[in-house]
Design a protein. Structure first.
Length: 348
């Protein structure tokens, strides 16, 4: 289905045309008509399938058709990286509509927090936020949410895994009763369904490729004891076809050691973890996207929501504790109908 068949306002269609959006992905084709009808929805789709546009396009269409003088949509996400990424996507899609957005997340200095408060006071249509920072703003200042029409939970499974359930319920208590609620998740365990029943009203359910890795991923398992892993990793990275690589480790200490060792070998590698200042994390991610950094080493925080095109290899330096974490990790490659390789080191 082509995007010009959804009946979006001309300003939104113009933005899509400039971004060269032509054919809708399966998740977009199935969810956009439902969202335009104003129904609550649970949608399960792999990362990299276009789910951000799936919910943002009908929301932007609704905003463009109505008054744009108030907060009309809140997008709740698990990580600051995903908040920034979605906000950037909204800026591109909404360029000709006049809709405004802001990313609200922690990790910056006091000025960042005050700038966020000022932007909210001055007026914004869409807030993309992490749970903790949004609660901080809701409790420290009066925010008019009486005109809110849309509330989206993106990467809902990640937020529940990270312990945000009570925070989400608290945020919902601030919202008007009449609103549309959308829940998007890469996996659909029972805890997600149970949670959805608490906050959604008769939701329509859409399932696209539930809880399985992309078919374009070449999955491999290498048997290696801990003392053998580094040498094996170095040999793997000698392959010039692996131009953009993410290595996952479960512990921050391992991430730091791996990044340092790879740098000693002359490999353009950077560690990505919560001990880094926010400005440093943003700089590393920008350089990784632009291919100035070849290898990004990180914990599961970068398996949830980071969308970088063209990652050719994912390495699990250790086995993730949960099968869903494995799906998220290897889902960084072979995104949007491309192909990639995922290698997992197993020592027993």
């Amino acid at each position: 289905m082509r995007f010009d068949e959804f009946g979006f306002v001309p300003a939104l269609e113009e933005g899509l045309e400039s971004m060269m959006f032509e054919e809708a992905t399966p998740i977009q084709e199935q969810t956009i008509p439902i969202i335009k009808e104003g129904k609550d929805m649970i949608a399960c789709a792999q990362t990299g399938t276009g789910k951000t546009a799936a919910y943002m396009l009908p929301i932007l269409d609704a905003i463009a058709r109505n008054s744009r003088e108030s907060i009309l949509a809140i997008i709740l996400v698990p990580t600051r990286e995903l908040a920034m990424q979605i906000d950037q996507q909204i800026m591109g899609m909404s360029y000709y509509t006049g809709a405004t957005s802001i990313a609200i997340y922690g990790g910056g200095d006091g000025m960042g927090y005050e700038q966020q408060k000022r932007a909210i006071r001055e007026g914004v249509n869409i807030i993309v936020a992490t749970p903790g920072r949004l609660i901080s703003h809701l409790t420290s200042m009066k925010i008019d949410l009486s005109h809110l029409k849309h509330f989206v939970l993106d990467e809902a499974d990640s937020m529940l895994d990270m312990g945000f359930q009570d925070d989400i319920l608290r945020i919902v208590s601030y919202l008007p009763k009449k609103k549309q609620m959308l829940l998007f998740s890469a996996t659909m365990p029972m805890k997600i369904r149970s949670f959805a029943r608490k906050i959604l009203q008769e939701p329509v359910e859409v399932n696209i490729a539930i809880s399985k890795p992309s078919e374009g991923i070449d999955q491999r398992v290498y048997l290696a004891y801990d003392q053998q892993k580094m040498e094996l990793l170095k040999n793997i990275l000698k392959d010039p076809n692996y131009v953009s690589v993410i290595i996952f480790a479960s512990q921050k200490t391992t991430v730091k050691l791996l990044a340092q060792e790879l740098q000693k070998q002359g490999i353009d590698a950077e560690g990505f973890h919560s001990d880094l200042e926010q400005s440093k994390r943003e700089d590393i991610m920008a350089r990784f996207r632009s291919r100035q950094v070849r290898v990004l080493v990180g914990t599961d925080v970068i398996s949830r929501g980071i969308d970088v095109v063209g990652i050719s290899l994912v390495v699990n330096y250790d086995v993730p504790p949960d099968p869903e974490d494995y799906v998220h990790r290897i889902g960084r490659t072979a995104r949007a109908a491309t192909t990639g390789t995922a290698i997992t080191f197993v020592n027993e």
